[in-house]
Design a protein around this ligand. Structure first.
Ligand code: SF4
Length: 289
């Protein structure tokens, strides 16, 4: 979902480094995926996924078990303020530009919602206007755990945001936290699933932060950018799109996993690409029509 390489090295990060258990990443071995792990969907058709299909569709309590890849503190890009980011294990997509492939192919570490919420509470003094972001992987795949964790965090006065690919349109989850939706239009220009997801956000009174990884030659065409802007504007006229530059820093992760990086030959996104995309989107939002 988000890029772990983008974390800030600020005061929050140093506070986090004092906590020896803040990172719970396990060895990254695709062969280690077990049936007892997260609800993974290696061959999943995103169109067929709904929250009611997921194995854990009912809300749970503090003892609800979830599967996570790791926890990092000190992000400045995953929601408002400084964030602790919980990277879930398992995802329903296989994006060819994925920066966190290690979250896709292993079962992750089993944790209870109560234990994770208690760990997050230790960082509460550093959150200021920030909070905890549930990222991945895909947090909407583990509904029972996500609802339990979000409820426990809110009960501790900690703001919660879900960073999602928007392919699981679940209004209960949408209502449970702020929404950061990364639109995946690099391999398909069909935005109909996002039309439904944004409509659900609207019904829940949520204005999502919409992000989009800009990949040169894949989704940076003028018409693709206009279509994305029009869709976001249709649901959230005061909203916008935050473009994230495609980078290849994750190449080493693919090597370690011994899997090909599908976009290895694609050029990285430059500042001028982002500026051009911002200009096109701004033009759509500034028009009355
Ligand atoms: S939605 Fe795509 S980019 Fe995000 S974790 Fe899943 S495969 Fe990776």
């Amino acid at each position: 979902m988000c890029d772990k390489n983008s974390f800030l090295a600020g005061d929050f990060a140093s506070a986090a480094s004092a906590a020896t258990d803040v990172s719970v990443a396990a060895a990254c071995d695709p062969a280690s995926v077990s049936a007892s792990g997260p609800p993974d969907a290696a061959a999943c058709d995103p169109a067929s996924v709904s929250a009611s299909d997921t194995p854990d569709a009912a809300a749970g309590g503090a003892d609800t078990v979830g599967y996570i890849d790791s926890v990092y503190c000190g992000s400045g890009v995953d929601g408002a303020g400084l964030r602790c980011v919980v990277f879930y294990a398992g995802c329903n997509l296989r994006c060819p530009f994925c920066h966190n492939p290690e979250t896709l192919y292993k079962s992750g570490e089993a944790v209870t919602a109560g234990a994770l919420a208690a760990r997050m509470e230790r960082y509460k003094p550093y959150f200021r206007r920030g909070g905890v972001t549930l990222s991945g992987g895909e947090s909407f795949l583990q509904k029972k755990f996500s609802l339990a964790l979000a409820k426990l965090l809110r009960g501790r006065g900690i703001r919660v945001a879900f960073e999602t690919n928007g392919q699981i349109c679940d209004e209960e989850l949408i209502a449970a936290g702020e929404i950061i939706c990364d639109v995946k239009n690099q391999t398909s220009q069909d935005l109909s699933s996002y039309d439904a997801f944004f409509a659900a956000c609207g019904r829940q009174g949520r204005v999502p932060r919409v992000t989009n990884v800009l990949v040169p030659g894949k989704n940076d065409g003028e018409e693709a950018l206009r279509a994305l802007a029009r869709l976001v504007k249709k649901h959230f006229p005061q909203g916008g799109v935050r473009f994230l530059p495609f980078r290849k820093l994750c190449g080493d992760k693919y090597k370690a996993l011994k899997i090909p990086f599908p976009y290895a030959a694609v050029r990285e996104c430059e500042d001028e690409d982002i500026a051009r995309a911002n200009k096109i989107v701004s033009e759509i939002f500034s028009k009355n029509a």
